[in-house]
Design a protein around this ligand. Structure first.
Ligand code: FAD
Length: 554
């Protein structure tokens, strides 16, 4: 029988550097069906803010337009893949189901069920690595099945493994044929997630899959309104789509000095237009940019560069290696990676506001409220009302743009956890989960563990000064003036510590501290001293998240 291919788009909303897509086309199918299934888990295992949805929808629409030009389309089904695929495979007489491999634990679980469905339907599954530089399974296997927790461990594990050059983008794709939509509509259960999506997400604006409304026979990407958000709520200026990803990449690559000598610690977290780093993370997250395309383009520039190039881990390839490391850490740990309990690489620290679990070890959702004072602290941090201007500017940028410079992420994460507030990294990661356009469970939880000294990094005595750290990069407070406009007329001298400004300076700046902008919510130094004392005690216990499971088993 001539091959009939269903290409399942998930982490690869692009045509360039798309090894799975190319593999499917190499089968020379007589019919080709590009599909997006509105999966309750894919990207939606946590609350999704409007900026991330907007970016996703723009990327989907652009891909759909490109496929339209080739006489095909992205068939967007408003149903979970486990409900949908048994029907599609049968109705479309599919012989091959092709997709790019996603090494996140929830995706692996979902894909196992899909593989079973395909097997029952006698359909061959072709899953190809392309979302990562290396095959994460092979990396973890090389590390004896254990999670990788250092750049060095990654380096050893990938020794001898090659990073393939990206394939050419296809110029044409075969057409789909009869869709049998009437039969599909009858057979597929729409809008019914197979599993219960986090109850808490259903409250307020946090609904994910369940909020997908609109005509069930539409095969178009939904609108933001159909996802429960008003267009006005999506405020990011980062546009989605492969074309923009490649435009931005080309722009960077044209600046050969900046690309070849990139050193992350020297990039300023205060720059925002354009930022001092590539801001390609949202594109990589959704696969609008192929990560191997990025890697090889950078390497080619570095190879041809006349001067001295920067080296790993600070250079651009080094940044991509951190992403690989977190994927490999996540795969080695499994589902517990995004929490403390059961997470064998994560130190147990007696943080405030940790996740709560029932007797069976299931997370209690909605989570019981913690002490009022602690919850209020978290709220101040979350909404950028701490009274520390750089931190507040960064948190407001996160909400508005869905993005924040890496070193600003360091500052705000350090402050919330081991630096000042001693609040669990789980709660901070959850806020990032919602607002970041580039949110990736491996990188987000991983970096939160790093910053809170729960894993990857142990020097809890090294801290970020909320006034001194940003001043190292920018004395004039650009980011603060942009995102905390109430402070924009303060002189440079006080921009990071406006509470020290004399009353007449505050008046002249049109902003009275304590009235128009908050006083600092804590005494930075005293809070830090207290945290460091507690961290020392907790470190001495050498307890890790899996021990919490063992204790329960006793
Ligand atoms: P660049 O400096 O231009 O780096 C190029 C690419 O390398 C990035 O696009 C990204 O894909 C990758 N990269 C760079 N640094 C890291 C890193 N530390 N970890 C993983 N990948 C990296 N990054 C995410 O992609 N998703 C997240 O959910 C995420 N959450 C984070 C949470 C915290 C608390 C912290 C401290 C960092 C987090 N990061 C996350 C990592 C990093 O901050 C962003 O990848 C980076 O700031 C994105 O900006 P850029 O594209 O300009 O990065």
């Amino acid at each position: 029988m001539a091959p009939r291919v269903l290409h399942w788009f998930r982490t690869d909303l692009r045509l360039h550097d798309a090894p799975a897509l190319v593999k499917g086309l190499e089968l020379k199918p007589e019919a080709f069906f590009p599909v997006w299934a509105w999966d309750p888990y894919f990207n939606f295992d946590c609350p999704v803010g409007p900026n991330r949805y907007k970016f996703l929808l723009e990327s989907m629409k652009e891909l759909d337009g490109k496929l339209n030009k080739m006489g095909n389309k992205l068939h967007v089904f408003r149903a979970a893949p486990t409900d949908l695929f048994p029907v599609l495979l049968k109705q479309w007489k599919i012989t091959h189901l092709v997709y790019e491999r996603d090494p996140a634990p929830y995706a692996i679980e979902r894909d196992e069920s899909i593989k079973k469905i395909a097997q029952d339907a006698n359909v061959e599954v072709v899953d190809i690595v392309g979302h990562t530089l290396y095959d994460t399974d092979a990396v973890v296997e090389k590390h004896k099945g254990e999670p990788l927790t250092s750049a060095q461990a990654l380096k050893s594990a990938v020794k001898g493994m090659e990073i393939p050059r990206p394939p050419q983008a296809p110029k044409e794709v075969p057409k789909a044929d009869d869709l049998h939509l009437d039969a599909i509509k009858k057979e597929v259960k729409h809008f019914k997630p197979e599993h219960d999506v986090n109850e808490e997400h259903r409250k307020g604006k946090m609904t994910a899959y369940d909020s997908v409304t609109g005509p069930k026979d539409s095969l178009e990407p939904p609108t933001l309104a159909e996802l429960g958000y008003d267009e006005k709520e999506a405020t990011t200026s980062i546009p989605g789509g492969e074309d923009e990803a490649l435009r931005r990449l080309n722009n960077w690559m044209e600046d050969k000095d900046a690309t070849a000598t990139f050193r992350k610690p020297q990039t300023s977290p205060s720059e925002y237009d354009p930022p001092a780093t590539t801001q390609l993370s949202p594109y990589i997250k959704f696969g609008a940019l192929g990560v191997r395309e990025f890697y090889w383009r950078v390497n080619d520039v570095m190879d041809e560069y006349d001067g001295e190039t920067s080296s790993e881990p600070e250079n651009l390839p080094g940044q991509l290696m951190f992403r690989e490391m977190y994927f490999a850490a996540q795969l080695g740990v499994g589902k517990a990676y995004t929490q403390i309990r059961g997470n064998k690489i994560c130190r147990v620290i007696d943080w405030k506001l940790c996740n709560a679990y029932d007797e069976d070890g299931e997370q209690i959702i909605p989570r019981p409220k913690g002490p009022k004072e602690d919850e209020e602290m978290l709220e101040k941090w979350k909404h950028g009302n701490t009274g520390f201007p750089f931190l507040d500017a960064a948190m407001r940028q996160l909400k508005q743009e869905g993005w924040m410079h890496h070193l600003a992420r360091h500052c705000v994460a350090g402050f919330l956890t081991r630096g000042q507030l001693y609040i669990s990294w789980e709660r901070g990661a959850e806020v990032f989960d919602r607002y970041l356009v580039d949110r990736d469970p491996g990188s987000n939880a991983g970096n939160w563990m790093w910053l809170s000294c729960s894993c990857f990094f142990a020097q809890y005595f090294r801290n970020y000064g909320m006034t001194t750290f940003p001043a190292k990069y920018d004395k004039s407070g650009k980011l603060v003036r942009k995102y905390c406009p109430e402070l924009k007329d303060f002189p440079d001298k006080f921009i990071y510590k406006p509470w020290e400004a004399p009353e007449d300076v505050q008046k002249k700046a049109g902003c009275i501290i304590g009235k128009d902008y908050p006083e600092p919510m804590v005494d930075e130094k005293a809070a830090n001293k207290e945290c460091m004392g507690k961290m020392k005690e907790q470190y001495a216990k050498k307890q890790y998240g899996d021990s919490l499971l063992k204790r329960k088993a006793k």
